[in-house]
Design a protein around this ligand. Structure first.
Ligand code: NAD
Ligand code: 0WE
Length: 263
């Protein structure tokens, strides 16, 4: 068994369903020879994550609501006990209260909505980095997070999540600067829209996907498996000189100034 990530031990945070981007990443990393551990946000999601972990031959499945320092600490204590070391962490978590993602930004934004979005979607990446750091010493460690174009462009309805993703991308750079001397790399993938649970119930999500299919240079949307392949590369030693980077995996959508007019 030889793969891009042969023998690497990776913690995956953010699996909620078989559509999750984190699940596409886990499958790619497993295929490339990584050993995986998983967390689940709450008891409602536990059985799903158990099932998905089993498919990757993983027996480490731990509770972790990233709003809780105690739960984050417990995750890394358990990893320390079971593995002793860690090579990678995948952070695929984002949340804002639902009302934040509807309508006009100025109407929707509140102090509390802002705080929650930034806490769960951006601070949590730094919190996981703090926990992982001691277990990654003397190895080729890699941290990876998931962002979206709404961090750098104003998008309808994405609202305060766009601010939180901007913070997450800055966090990626600051973590890269902070942990680079310990040979821990930190990168983000900015993914195009994918129909996951996090997209369910978002008004006009279907028309966003249709728009991407019409105008993106590749004339299609992307899959979680395609994000997974890039994630496996970024967390592998083939990416040993890449850190602090935001890699777009979006069929080219972000490069456009103006879409080509349809005939
Ligand atoms: P998803 O719903 O499958 O995953 C989101 C995950 O966040 C879930 O596993 C959920 O349990 C977790 N989460 C939310 N609050 C949490 C908390 N307090 N503690 C622990 N976990 C919590 O959806 P997804 O689309 O796979 O999202 C994964 C990441 O990808 C998110 O950061 C999202 O912003 C990002 N992203 C998604 C898209 C898209 O179109 N789906 C595009 C670009 C980036
Ligand atoms: O990051 C995201 C979505 C993250 C998200 C989703 C939800 C739905 C459930 C954060 N918080 C919540 N809160 C909930 O209660 N994406 C990149 C997907 C997404 O969401 C959008 C998008 C896109 C793309 C919202 C509006 C406009 C575009």
């Amino acid at each position: 068994m030889n793969g891009l990530m042969h023998g690497k031990k990776v913690l995956i945070v953010g699996v909620a369903s078989p559509r999750s981007i984190a699940w596409g990443i886990a499958k790619a990393m497993h295929r490339e020879g990584a050993e995986l551990a998983f967390t689940y946000q709450n008891e409602k999601l536990k059985s799903r994550v158990d099932k998905i972990a089993e498919e990757c031959g993983s027996s480490i499945v731990l509770p972790c609501d990233v709003a809780s320092d105690a739960q984050i600490d417990a995750v890394f204590s358990a990893i320390k006990q079971q593995w002793g070391v860690l090579d990678g962490v995948v952070h695929a978590v984002g949340f804002a209260p639902r009302e934040q993602l509807e309508g006009n930004f100025v109407d929707a934004v509140t102090r509390e909505g802002f705080a929650i979005a930034h806490d769960i979607s951006a601070y949590s990446f730094a919190a996981l980095a703090k926990g992982a750091r001691p277990l990654m010493q003397g190895r080729n460690g890699a941290l990876l997070t998931l962002s979206y174009l709404g961090s750098v462009r104003a998008m309808p309805s994405y609202n305060v999540m766009g601010l939180a993703k901007a913070s997450l991308e800055a966090c990626t750079r600051y973590l890269a600067q902070s942990l680079g001397p310990e040979n821990i790399r930190v990168n983000a993938i900015s993914a195009g829209p994918i129909k996951t649970l996090a997209a369910a119930g978002i008004a006009r999500f279907r028309s966003m996907l249709d728009n991407v299919s019409r105008v993106a240079p590749l004339r299609r949307t992307i899959s979680a498996d395609e994000v997974g392949n890039v994630a496996a590369f970024l967390c592998s030693d083939y990416a040993s000189a890449i850190t602090g980077e935001i890699v777009n995996v979006d069929a080219g959508y972000n490069i456009l100034g103006m879409p080509e007019l349809e005939e």
